[in-house]
Design a protein. Structure first.
Length: 86
């Protein structure tokens, strides 16, 4: 029988691991998940890189430690490595 895992439990298991975050405004971030609040409204990442996908290619900007607002998060990808050039 398959086991059931709740979304919050999956995010909790990702603490200390790399994660790829896609935002509503088409910005993307990768970093190590350090923590989040009970409703995943805010997330703290360290060693963050921001990616902006433009017609000319992908622009990568290192940010250090960052607080992301969960209201703008579209997708969380555990172990994600960021966008790939097409």
């Amino acid at each position: 029988m398959a086991s059931t895992i709740l979304p919050l439990e999956l995010v909790d298991r990702c603490i200390g691991s790399p994660i790829h975050v896609i935002m509503k405004n088409e910005r993307e971030f990768t970093g190590t998940l350090m923590g989040f609040d009970d409703y995943v409204i805010d997330m703290v990442l360290r060693d963050v890189k921001e990616y902006q996908v433009t017609p000319g290619g992908i622009i990568e900007t290192p940010l250090g430690q960052t607080l992301l607002n969960g209201n703008n998060i579209v997708m969380l990808i555990p172990g994600g490595r960021g966008p790939k050039a097409i």
